[in-house]
Ligand binder design. Sequence first.
Ligand code: MG
Length: 247
Amino acid sequence: MSKFKISLLLFVFNLGFSQNESLKTEIWEPVPEKIDAYNFNKAPSDAIVLFDGSDFSSWIGQYSNKTPEWKINKDGSMTVINGTGGIKTKKSFGSVQLHIEWKTNETTENYKPQQRSNSGIFLQQNYELQVLDSYENPTYVNGQAGSIYKQHIPLVNSSKKPGAWQSFDIVFNAPVFKNNKLVKPGYFTVFQNGVLIQNNVEIKGTTTNVGPSSYKSHGKLPLVLQDHPKIPVNFRNIWIRELQTKD
Ligand code: MG
């Protein structure tokens, strides 16, 4: 037998062997549920739509517990009405995937950096992903748009100009508490306008403006959108998918 034929036989033998071996590490079940993906205007089929421009039926005032006093616009967005307080979802959540779109205000003159369309997306009403005009608006970097407020600086600044719609796609793994003690911290992964800006960063506790962060034990809690002076921001197209975790 020629060298070539021997090599060919060995090759075919090894191929058969490795194919059999490869079967051992194939997993066929459980099959991931088939869903309809989103196309930037519409939520995926298994998401909870929190705001589609029609009403505030999924929301109440953060402290008033009454219908939010924010404004719903004809283009399907909402505008924060400063001084009326933040809004929170009626439903409480654990770990989630969240999609939210937001637009900073074109009026930027004579306002301090942290007053330019400042808001915040508070997962479990404690952990803030900062919303701010950060296009050309230098501020402390752990407080710019896309920061986990005063904890994690975004990897890059993928902010758009004031007046342009932007998106956050967030994976939030909720902290786990047992017997009022933290057994696993929370984690954020965030894409701003499709760009990864937070890569599985560990949450150090409730995000605060003053002093160090610490955790306080809690279960599922609402999502909160912040009312922060002075120039308002708009939100639209908000949907959420609850994530099953093994904890
Ligand atoms: Mg804020």
